[in-house]
Design a binder for this molecule. Structure first.
Ligand SMILES: Nc1ncnc2c1ncn2[C@@H]1O[C@H](COP(=O)(O)OP(=O)(O)OP(=O)(O)O)[C@@H](O)[C@H]1O
Length: 310
């Protein structure tokens, strides 16, 4: 809370820029004017193809890299303070585990770093790895190692958890188990930001999707809103003698096409079109077809994304 009683955003990124020097050229502009505010309790997917700037943004958010320009604040604090106080923790893509310790030894070791950590048995259970507590880390599958990283991230009971492509390389079942564990533990209001290039993960597990391409946010909203943004939905109906001008006058209608007795209306406000057709015309056989997230992504960024199993 601020002194005026307003709740501070969990994440506030303002005008972030980061360019990496490469050879003698002008460098790689990894993040290019990125603004993002996440309210406490939101589960947000940071969705974008390889090289979009997701990891660089997360590194700046966690204080691992300094932005060239712009500001980062987590619950009103700078990243280093937020991380040191246990308000935020992260599950990164790889690294950071010792192969010769068991799962439980790893959690105990890291637990000792915190002032008042959650009990080891509790985080093992929460991450779904209690049954492999005595297994050597080096013998754990990639998915089990990711759940171990997740258990470690839960130790300080953070208000914000940041996950950078946490399920890369997992099979469909491992991915499902990972997200179920994550969602269950976050049901008490924790803020979650996860980077992914899997459309299905963003669609299934996030309340809000932030679409990033070439270091910038190109769309931000619920999965349904993003799908609508691309080219809207198509509402079609049988309506001989349709008044095309009247349809074009409805807010959000982009295009009206007549094919024989059928009319096809492309709109980002399909409800208004359907309401008009039902209430003010004799239209029959009304259909609303939604675009999928992949269509939306391609339209908005010109890039393609990874599909689970691809
Ligand atoms: N240390 C670095 N030095 C030079 N270029 C870098 C460095 N880190 C990232 N980049 C470049 O910055 C751009 C953004 O990379 P970043 O890793 O942030 O993307 P990403 O969206 O996380 O991709 P991925 O899904 O592959 O992890 C890419 O072009 C990448 O090659």
């Amino acid at each position: 809370m601020t002194r005026t009683g307003k709740i501070r955003p969990a994440v506030d990124l303002r005008n972030l820029h980061k360019t990496f020097a490469v050879g003698g050229g002008s460098g790689v502009r990894a993040v290019n004017g990125l603004d993002l505010t996440i309210e406490p309790g939101e589960i947000v997917a940071f969705l974008g193809p390889n090289g979009a700037g997701k990891t660089t943004t997360i590194d700046m958010l966690l204080g691992l890299t300094r932005p060239d320009e712009g500001e980062v604040s987590i619950f009103g604090r700078d990243p280093a303070t937020a991380v040191a106080s246990g308000m935020v923790s992260a599950v990164m893509q790889s690294g950071g585990l010792l192969k010769d310790l068991t799962v439980e030894e790893t959690v105990r070791l890291v637990s000792a770093l915190f002032v008042s950590p959650r009990p080891v048995s509790e985080v093992l259970a929460r991450a779904g790895i209690a049954d492999i507590a005595s297994r050597m880390v080096g013998k754990c599958s990639g998915g089990q190692q990711q759940r171990l990283r997740f258990a470690l991230a839960l130790l300080p009971n953070p208000d914000l958890i940041v996950l950078d492509e946490p399920t890369t390389g997992m099979d469909v079942e491992g991915r499902r188990e990972f997200w179920n564990a994550m969602r269950e533990d976050s049901s008490r209001g924790r803020t979650v930001l996860f980077a992914t290039h899997y459309l299905e993960e963003a669609d299934a597990y996030a309340d809000r999707i932030v679409l990033v391409s070439k270091g910038r946010i190109v769309a931000d909203g619920s999965a349904a809103e993003i799908k609508n943004l691309a080219s809207g939905r198509v509402v079609s109906a049988t309506l001989p003698g349709v008044d095309q001008m009247r349809l074009l006058g409805i807010d959000g209608v982009d295009d009206v096409e007549v094919r024989g007795d059928r009319v096809l209306v492309r709109s980002n406000n399909s409800d208004a079109v359907a309401r008009y057709l039902l209430n003010s015309t004799t239209a029959t056989d009304i259909e609303i077809v939604s675009h999928n997230l992949e269509d939306a992504f391609i339209t908005l960024t010109g890039d393609t994304l990874t599909t689970v199993g691809a």
